[in-house]
Design a protein around this ligand. Structure first.
Ligand SMILES: [Zn+2]
Length: 141
């Protein structure tokens, strides 16, 4: 099925450019290019043969090889082969998780720094904690 660039990007962004089956990185410009690095397809999370539809949340980005391998089996069992249960986070979800990690890191750093070295320690701890939280990769197992 032909899709507009907007549709493609919406589907790509839904999993922040990662394969919804194995969570590996996809390359946006390699859509449909067999054999290219990060080549991807639009995959029906619930296969059409199993009553899935062509719209909305049933459409997910997946490596071409993951899509072909999955066939009509369930998303749950396909992801389980890679030790995954959920789809990767969307770009929006990743952004929110990063903000949350930074805030949690700052709060924890402030508390630890205050205990260790009083008010100056609290300030240093807050900055270190925020920096560590911001670097933490959002988890989406
Ligand atoms: Zn994959």
């Amino acid at each position: 099925m032909r899709r507009s660039p907007d549709d493609l990007f919406t589907i790509f962004a839904r999993t922040s450019g990662r394969c919804h089956v194995c969570h590996g990185q996809l390359v946006y410009t390699n859509y449909g290019i067999h054999g290219a690095r990060g080549a991807w397809h639009i995959e029906h999370s619930r296969a059409l043969a199993r009553g899935g539809t062509n719209h909305g949340n049933n459409l997910m980005a997946a490596h071409i090889r993951c899509n072909l391998r999955k066939g009509t089996s369930s998303t749950r069992s396909a992801r389980a082969e890679h030790g995954k249960r959920k789809k990767p986070m969307s770009f929006e979800q990743r952004e929110r998780a990063l903000t949350r990690n930074t805030a949690v890191g700052a709060a924890a750093g402030t508390a630890i720094g205050a205990v260790v070295a009083g008010p100056p320690g609290a300030l240093v701890g807050m900055l270190l904690g925020a920096a560590m939280g911001a670097r933490r990769e959002p988890s989406d197992e």
